[in-house]
Ligand binder design. Structure first.
Ligand SMILES: [Fe+2]
Length: 221
C-alpha cells in the first residue's frame, strides 16, 4: 500500500518548530554510538509499500501488533506507540527512539531495495499522513531518521511540490546520518543507488519542546 496524505492536509494550525520553517528538514550530527546489523537483519518485516520497493519492520505500532497500518485505524493519532515483539531484538534502536525524549508514534525500520533510476525515485515522491486525528491543540507530527547502512551514493530527494524540481534538495544517507523531516509538508523519496538493500530507522515524533531540545543537542553548528 502506498501511503499518501490528503491534498493540503499540511496546512493546519498545529504548533510547529521554527527550525523546520525554511526548508522543512534539518540535518543533524551523525550518530556516534555502535550500530549492530544483527538488530535490523534479524527482525521480522512485513510487506508495506511506501516510496519504492519496501518492506518495514514495525518496532512500535498503535497497539503493539506486528503491523504498519496508520494509527487512525485504531482511533489514535501517530503518538504513544506501543512496542512490538521486534523491540526485544533491537535494543539500540529502541534506546535511540526513547533517548530523544519526545512523544513517539510509529517506530519502524525500512528496508528499501535499490532504485532502478533517479526518474523512478522521483515517481515515488509522496507526502506522509502523519497527523490524521492529531488535534490542533497538540504539536505537529514529523519524522526523524537514523540511517543504518552506509549508503553514501544514495540520498533522500525532498521537494515542496511533487513537480517543483526547483525546490529539490538532497539529504545524504551515510551510516549514522540523523535528520528530521516534516514529511507531511515535503514530498520525499529515496534514490538508492546501492546494490544491496538500504536500512533506516524512522520514528514519528511530536514536534514540541522535547524534540527541539534533542535537535539542539545534535546540531552540527
Ligand atoms: Fe514517506
Amino acid at each position: 500500500m502506498m501511503e499518501q496524505a490528503a491534498p493540503n492536509s499540511h496546512l493546519t494550525n498545529h504548533r510547529r518548530l521554527p527550525v523546520l520553517d525554511e526548508t522543512g528538514f534539518v540535518q543533524l550530527r551523525d550518530y556516534e554510538g555502535e550500530l549492530n546489523p544483527a538488530e535490523w537483519e534479524s527482525m521480522e518485516y512485513v510487506d508495506w509499500k511506501s516510496g519504492g520497493d519496501t518492506n518495514f519492520a514495525p518496532i512500535a505500532s498503535a497497539l503493539g501488533a506486528m503491523e504498519c497500518a496508520g494509527f487512525w485505524d485504531h482511533g489514535k493519532s501517530d503518538k504513544d506507540g506501543v512496542w512490538t515483539e521486534n523491540a526485544e531484538i533491537c535494543p539500540t534502536l529502541v534506546k535511540w527512539a526513547e533517548n530523544i525524549g519526545a512523544r513517539y508514534g510509529r517506530v519502524r525500520v525500512i528496508k528499501l531495495e535499490p532504485s532502478t533510476s533517479y526518474e523512478y525515485a522521483v515517481s515515488c515522491l509522496h507526502q506522509d499522513d502523519n497527523n490524521r486525528l492529531n488535534p490542533e491543540s497538540e504539536p505537529w507530527v514529523v519524522r526523524a531518521w537514523l540511517n543504518l547502512t552506509d549508503d553514501t551514493d544514495s540520498y533522500m530527494i525532498v521537494r515542496e511540490g511533487k513537480d517543483d524540481a526547483a525546490s529539490e534538495r538532497h539529504i545524504p544517507l551515510r551510516k549514522g546520518a540523523q535528520f528530521v523531516v516534516d514529511t507531511q509538508r515535503l514530498w520525499h523519496a529515496v534514490y538508492h543507488k546501492g546494490d544491496k538493500p538500504r536500512y533506516a530507522l524512522i520514528v514519528s515524533f511530536e514536534s514540541g519542546d522535547d524534540l527541539q531540545k534533542w535537535i539542539d543537542s545534535q546540531s552540527v553548528n
